[in-house]
Design a protein around this ligand. Structure first.
Ligand SMILES: O=C(O)c1cc(C(=O)O)c2c(n1)C(=O)C(=O)c1cc(C(=O)O)[nH]c1-2
Length: 245
């Protein structure tokens, strides 16, 4: 597609097509999570690993915030920091994620220590933070666009988990509720930004590639969860062992 300039609406359609093909709602581990086919131990492993993603998102947003050139852009982006970190102890998305890990019977200090992470979780999340730090502002903003697709997966996940697992309830899944309004607000802004600022075929390709990269970050996290926690005997040395928790 190089050389061909897309209209803003064609660019949006191309971005949505990437999500339709590559977003992590299609991963077998997520299908199993939402359909009630995981054990409590496997759900614990998912929540423990996903904690590192959640905890790194505000750091990722802070590196981008520092590079944004206008007060208007910074005001828009700093809301994300408050969403995740809160504005007082015990508030915000990361704190709400810890309510989920508490509810699953995991020790907070162990979760926060990151000791039990799968290696691929660390690599994938660190790659996302580095991407946002090192690439153009346009690519960094485009890499957040997986959030266009997250309200659908979150609705599916909450409904499926409440229906199938007796070890979660709407209080332990409280993390997800505000995301249903925060994610569309954030992704509407990011989508309008890339539609306005990707004005050459090269910039449009960079935007599409940034979204592919981000889909790969999310996908690879689930690949290793599936590898390590579905077939016995494959947990990497040092990673969370449900039987020992
Ligand atoms: O539950 C999910 O499947 C899911 C996906 C994503 C995403 O697509 O990146 C995010 C979130 N949740 C989320 O809760 C969140 O705060 C978030 C921030 C970002 C981002 O890239 O800035 N993605 C996501």
């Amino acid at each position: 597609m190089s050389g061909h300039l897309l209209s803003p609406d064609e660019l949006e359609a191309a971005l949505r097509a990437i999500g339709a093909e590559r977003y992590h709602n299609l991963h077998p581990f997520h299908r199993a999570l939402h359909d009630g086919r995981l054990t409590r131990a496997q759900v614990q492993a998912w929540a423990l690993n996903r904690y590192y993603y959640q905890a790194s998102i505000p750091a990722k947003d802070a590196t981008l915030l520092a590079r944004l050139p206008t007060a208007e852009l910074r005001r828009e982006w700093r809301r994300r920091l408050v969403d995740h970190d809160g504005d007082a102890p015990g508030t915000g998305g990361v704190a709400r994620w810890l309510k989920l890990t508490d509810g699953l019977g995991l020790d907070r200090a162990y979760i926060e220590s990151l000791e039990g992470l799968l290696p691929a979780t660390r690599f994938a999340v660190d790659a996302y933070v580095a991407f946002v730090r090192d690439r153009s502002i346009l690519e960094a903003i485009a890499s957040s666009l997986t959030e266009l697709f997250s309200p659908t997966i979150i609705s599916e996940r909450v409904a499926g988990m409440l229906q199938h697992y007796d070890f979660v309830n709407s209080e332990t899944l409280a993390y997800f509720h505000p995301r249903l309004t925060q994610a569309p607000r954030d992704s509407d802004f990011a989508l309008a930004y890339v539609k306005e600022h990707a004005r050459t075929p090269e910039q449009q390709k960079a935007v599409l590639d940034a979204l592919k990269f981000k889909c790969a970050v999310l996908w690879s996290m689930l690949d290793e969860l599936e590898y390590a926690y579905v077939t016995p005997g494959r947990i990497p040395p040092g990673a969370f062992r449900p039987d020992a928790a």
